[in-house]
Design a protein around this ligand. Sequence first.
Ligand code: ADP
Ligand code: MG
Length: 240
Amino acid sequence: MIELRNVSKWYDKFQVLADCSTQVARGDVMVICGPSGSGKSTLIKTVNGLEPFQQGEIIVDGTSVGAAGTDLPRLRARIGMVFQNFELFPHLSVRANLVLGQVKVLGRGREEAEARGLHFLERVGLLAQQDKHPHQLSGGQQQRVAIARALAMDPVALLFDEPTSALDPEMINEVLDVMVDLAREGMTMMVVTHEMGFARKVANRVVFMDQGRIVEDCATEAFFGAPRSARAREFLARII
Ligand code: ADP
Ligand code: MG
């Protein structure tokens, strides 16, 4: 479904990704963890074309992300992304947030887009909030709207970049619960998170990054049981 082959990226002379290779199969839930600044956000942004890269190749559902002529807006619609800070359109109602991308990017009619949007809004338990604006919702609610908005685009996979890091503790679980359900239903997911409880429970793969490199890429049990690298062992000792 998603394949990275020897991906490297530089900001000027600073190498932010170094020879990163991994694969995500259909239905995989991959958790990506590692210290701050290790390149996690950059890595998942390269997957849906939000960040260019200079070397290597990324294939998403048969499409080469870096190739000239790739329709990036369409690719981004197929690979939904959920950010730390929700990134809803602040001036639009919840309902309009759900409809916009479907109409603009997928060319759906307004009625169909609204029906699909509200279907997913109901799934995340927020149907009653459809007329509100993002600032009238809690952080946890905004993040659930962001997930519903991504789902309404019929993504083949979803990318999450620290989706619960900006939330108050009491709101973290309402977002994680939605993600757990999605994973159980077979959604393909790449999730950057420090929520190791979620990783243990839901992920089947864990990638550990350090200084732009993928240092560990293994089954979840193997990662938590006995990480091979000293760096991952230190990381786990501090975080758990
Ligand atoms: P993480 O998500 O693991 O915290 P990032 O992918 O955000 O790491 O960043 C990795 C490194 O790249 C950091 O050292 C960061 O300072 C640097 N970096 C990120 N974005 C830029 C940018 N636009 N220009 C220059 N350096 C950047
Ligand atoms: Mg980050």
